[in-house]
Design a protein around this ligand. Structure first.
Ligand code: GCV
Length: 840
């Protein structure tokens, strides 16, 4: 009765709180907000337990208990009272299955709860309604607690719970590419939460909260430094610093690991060699590892990137990756540590003139012959595709190329080639496609998820590694909607059978609440965001057509060609795509098992979305869709850019339903994405229009009736400049101002009187903060500062930005003038303006 009264009072307070929008949402709590439940849900928990009991004391169980107290307080307003575990009353009881079985007779799960699995059971104990969270281990209990809290946050009924969950694979790891100086390679959300100025940070609060987030989705290990490893990470004075991180991780069941430079015995060890077969080198690793375990008894092990992108490796001594991995693995073995040896081994000085050369073949060529030679505590960490996290790639053939070797799939949460957390791109649909892909490596189906988790070939270890690169930005990943990727990674590593829709819905409810409009809108946006991103950046498996020599962000179509990096698409005047067939191409297709190879060997059976990965097709080639390749390129880019505009409209429908801070933040990002999608669209369409000399059947490519080029305006002080590559600016040109007092570009309005949206496309480099002012006649109508931190110090597609002035009343003869005032190395550059009539 008491609780019912409390619940009514709570309900009242919640309603009031909601009306005032009392919660300040920064995104810091991510999906662990524990916001007060909506009034439609709270009544389900009227009889919720008020006590909490834990079967034993340990740091992990303490985390579990505190999390439950915090979550229930936040969502239901009930303060759970810690009680000894035999004390009776309505309680939540936490413990591992064995302890609980001893203490609570008659409590038997319907099947085994092992390892990191858990059992959630609503039951009567000594006549009281209780909830039991039983784990196969302490980690299992912690995961069970997070699962229970997630159910409550999503308004699920827990009164008759009886669920057992087991993780799909033992390895569910995060990798960070943090440098010891505090920067992060391919990090898009601020500086490192781990390091600053060559040391581990003093304040590890963010590390603790990050570990909590990781644990909440079942991640159980984290390598914290860049795989392009600084050998200092192995120096004796650094070890106590790492031990501090391990202490913080431990409370959340996260094992610490670090990436190491294979040449460390020579670089910092005083030896003249790092040859893995040299006994002195073996001894060095043994001693190093022993020092680690003295200070970090649950240390996870090492990640190795060797013979890759300039990193030294065993090839320096004519040794194999197996030789290298095993020397470290043998040192780690007695302590229970693991080596993650990355399969990302390739020659980045390939001769592009040789049509038989193919970077895609490297991982399989290097590792397949070594199958069976790796020790049992070595895991080969394989990127999901044969190249490098492109917008679309086929699955790496190496997954079915190892039968007697542990493997893990490497997925990239940090959106290196998928919009860098400035574009919305929810990757779960891509990842499930990869994980469900049948590699035909046995008599029955052998999807990638079964190969990597060790199920297919009965391997002792295996699973999932996600490159996260969370940073010091308050909301961890910069774009509030990008956090869905971290959540999805954890959920898929735990259970790859979950659908992207289920995951997106869970995440949205936890992150934004259970308002049905919010949930359906965000879920739909998330689910279509990857195909939309792909449609304007990387057609038909040609890979992300980005600047691969620089930022990996905006378009850079030719940057991948005529160099040794091997991300070739081979576009020419006649067609585009790499011939990777066995019959006439590089032979890459032959690395797949025959039933898969058969699909990709012929354009007739290759799915459209991968056609250009496997075949060189003429622009006139007719796809399964019935379109020609060139028309598909035009259509998909125009449709993709229009779909991003649609995202903006969809998001705007949530204005009254989402807190202001997150609403405004996402809106600004989507509006930017809409403009950048046009930069992509125009670059790719104009480029292929010029190459193919085949017009767009819909007449769009190359025609911009609403556009006025900056270089065609009346210029005062501004001067025209060529942009390289030409397709990355409208008309291949822009204007720049070299006068510190500023320059002007003007044009007369010559259209019919009415309301217009005026889009001003300018360049916002990160090495200056130019100012812009817009006048109609003498009247100042808008102004802004170009102070974004886009990834470029030059004008071009990476720095292109749009400023929109909406609902502008214009009359023929009026003069529109843009004044730009440069700052430092940024010259207030302008590309073009566009005037679009807006409905009244
Ligand atoms: C950490 C790509 C990225 C590199 C990254 C590398 C890797 O090449 O661009 O930044 O290096 O992959 O995965 O090792």
């Amino acid at each position: 009765m008491k609780l019912k009264l409390a619940a009514i009072l709570w309900l009242f307070l919640f309603t009031a709180a909601y009306a005032l929008e009392a919660r300040a949402e920064t995104g810091y709590d991510a999906w662990l907000r524990y916001a007060p439940l909506e009034k439609t849900s709270i009544s389900k928990y009227e009889d919720f337990p008020t006590n909490i009991a834990v079967t034993r004391d340990s740091v992990v169980l303490q985390s579990a208990q505190q999390e439950l107290i915090r979550g229930i307080q936040g969502m239901l307003g009930v303060s759970l009272r810690p009680v000894p575990n035999q004390s009776g009353g309505r309680a939540i009881i936490l413990g591992n299955v064995k302890d609980l079985r001893d203490r609570v007779p008659g409590l038997h799960p319907s099947r085994e709860v092992a390892g990191e699995g858990f059992w959630l059971k609503a039951t009567k104990l000594r006549g009281f309604d209780c909830l039991v969270v039983a784990g196969g281990s302490e980690r299992g209990v912690l995961y069970g607690v997070f699962a229970l809290l997630s159910k409550i946050a999503r308004g699920e009924n827990v009164a008759s719970l009886d669920e057992i969950w087991q993780p799909y694979a033992p390895i569910r790891w995060a990798n960070q590419w943090d440098n010891l100086d505090g920067s992060i390679e391919r990090g898009y959300a601020g500086r490192s939460i781990f390091f600053e100025n060559g040391n581990v940070r003093d304040d590890l609060t963010r590390v603790r909260d990050y570990a909590r987030l990781l644990a909440s989705v079942g991640i159980n290990g984290c390598a914290i430094n860049n795989v392009n490893a600084n050998p200092r990470a192995l120096e004796p004075d650094f070890l106590p610093q790492l031990a501090r991180v391990a202490d913080v991780f431990r409370a959340w069941g996260i094992r610490l690991s670090i990436a190491v430079d294979l040449s460390s015995p020579k670089l910092i060890g005083g030896l003249d060699s790092f040859d893995p077969l040299d006994p002195r080198v073996q001894e060095w690793w043994r001693n190093k590892v022993a020092q680690f375990y003295k200070q970090i008894p649950d240390f996870g092990g090492f990640v190795v990137k060797a013979d890759s992108e300039g990193r030294l490796g065993p090839s320096a001594y004519n040794r194999t990756p197996a030789d290298a991995a095993n020397v470290i693995a043998r040192a780690l073995k007695p302590h229970g540590g693991i080596v993650f040896y990355r399969a990302f081994v390739y020659n980045h000085h390939l001769d592009w003139r040789d049509p038989k050369n193919d970077r895609a073949k490297a991982a399989y060529d290097n590792f397949h012959p070594l199958d069976g030679q790796f020790d049992d505590n070595v895991i080969i960490q394989i990127k999901h595709g044969p190249i490098d996290f492109q917008a679309r790639e086929p699955v790496s053939p190496l997954f079915s190329g190892l039968e007697k070797t542990n493997e893990a799939i490497e997925l990239q949460i940090t959106q290196e080639y998928t919009g860098q957390q400035r574009h919305l791109c929810f990757l779960a649909p891509m990842w499930t496609e990869v994980l469900d892909f049948d590699m035909h490596a046995g008599r029955d189906s052998t999807p990638v998820k079964d190969l990597v988790s060790g199920k297919t070939f009965h391997r002792p270890l295996g699973g999932f590694v996600g490159i996260v690169n969370a940073g010091l930005d308050t909301n961890w990943l910069a774009h509030p909607l990008a956090m869905a990727n971290l959540y999805a990674f954890g959920r898929l590593a735990w259970n790859p059978d979950l659908s992207p829709r289920t995951i997106a819905e869970e995440w949205t409810r936890l992150t934004f609440g259970n308002d049905s409009l919010v949930v359906s809108t965000i879920v739909n946006m998330q689910l279509s965001s990857w195909p939309v991103y792909e449609s304007y950046t990387g057609p038909l498996g040609a890979q992300t057509l980005t600047d691969i020599l620089g930022s990996h962000y905006g378009p850079g179509i030719e940057s991948s060609e005529e160099n040794g990096w091997g991300q070739w698409h081979r576009a020419d005047k006649e067609g585009i795509g790499m011939d990777r067939t066995v019959a006439t191409g590089t032979g890459f297709v032959g690395q797949y098992r025959p039933r898969v190879a058969q699909i990709y060997e012929s354009p007739a059976t290759t799915p459209d979305e991968l056609l250009l990965f496997f075949h060189h097709a003429s622009y006139g080639h007719v796809l399964h869709s019935g379109k020609t390749v060139i028309q598909h390129i035009y259509d998909s880019h125009y449709e993709g850019a229009a779909r991003v505009d649609e995202f903006v409209r969809q998001w705007k429908s949530l204005k009254e339903h989402i807190d202001t801070a997150r609403y405004d933040d996402v809106l600004a990002r989507l509006e930017y994405q809409a403009s950048h999608a046009i930069v992509w669209r125009d670059a790719i369409c104009n480029y292929f229009l010029r190459e193919s000399r085949i017009a767009d059947a819909s007449g769009r490519a190359g025609h911009f009736p609403n556009r006025i080029e900056a270089e065609a305006m009346q210029l005062q002080g501004y001067g025209p400049v060529e942009v390289t590559p030409w397709e990355n600016a409208s008309g291949g040109k822009a204007i720049e101002c070299q006068q510190s007092q500023g320059c002007s570009a003007s044009f007369p309005f010559t259209r019919v009187a009415g309301r217009y949206a005026l889009d001003i496309v300018y360049f916002d480099q990160k090495n200056g903060e130019s100012k812009f002012r817009v006048f109609v006649g003498d009247k100042l109508i808008d102004h802004w500062t170009a102070d974004d931190q886009l990834p470029s110090t030059k004008i071009g597609a990476d720095s292109s930005k749009r400023h929109r002035i909406d609902g502008l009343e214009l009359h023929p003869g009026e003069q529109i003038r843009i004044k730009g005032i440069p700052d430092r190395d940024e010259h207030a550059a302008l590309d073009y303006v566009e005037l679009t009539p807006t409905p009244k």
